[in-house]
Design a protein around this ligand. Sequence first.
Ligand code: SAM
Length: 273
Amino acid sequence: MELASAQAIKEILYPDGFHFSKSMGQNFLINPSVPERIAATLPSGYGVVEIGPGLGALTDRLSQKAEKLMAVELDDRLFPHLESYFADRRVTIVKGDVLKVDLPALASEHLPGLRLVAYANLPYYITTPAIEVLMESGLFETITLMVQKEVAKRITTTPGSTDYSYHTVYWQYMAEPKILFNVSPGSFLPPPKVDSAVVSFTMRKEPPVPVKDKKAFFKVVRLAFDNRRKTMSNALSSLPGGKEALAASCVDPRRRGDTLSIPEFAAIANLLP
Ligand code: SAM
């Protein structure tokens, strides 16, 4: 059966009185070409971690190509279907909240010894923390996600743009992001109010520029964006050694924080005491 379809949702879930949960960000894919295109990015031989399989529209495609797949789903009501549908594949369904589970422990239990990639059609309200959890786990070579189109813009934007934010710097420091394609609301049931896009992050083995201390680097970035209308000189005034580091760097202290590139943030942070 084609799981990326309104028919499958009707036949599999509605008889048990299922209703979509807004609080769990449930918008299921009903356009089969979307999971098809997403799964086309999966190289063979990899272990896959999928977050939020829902009815399994994406799980179905990914598990046909994956060496093994582990899916983490929060909603109990989807388990009977997921467990029986994928019973004869190399698929493990784990009950849990992506923001709380111990992903490295689960991956070593269910996907031992494999090179790993992550996929998710995320509930949009947890996009930012979920990306952070996936990135900080250090498990994945690539992370491919459905996000709001607005967020996709913030992920790939450049200094000086209004979309440029603390998170842009974080995402681009950790990975090389790319927008793969846009997805319209009609590809989901129920249709979300916003356009979506699929983005992929290729995780970096090394930061894009040498950084002496990651914490100090992000402290400078945080201050710059907390005070994005202020000059860097004002933004860093409360940071011990901040003004001196700025003066010793090549960055004009009159510049606003949201115009600085990653190498410029690093140049300042690397001069902190
Ligand atoms: N992957 C399916 C698809 O593309 O049709 C469903 C996508 S739907 C946007 C998001 C899914 O994530 C739902 O199945 C929802 O129950 C699940 N979910 C929501 N919050 C979650 C969390 N914190 N951890 C894991 N799964 C979650």
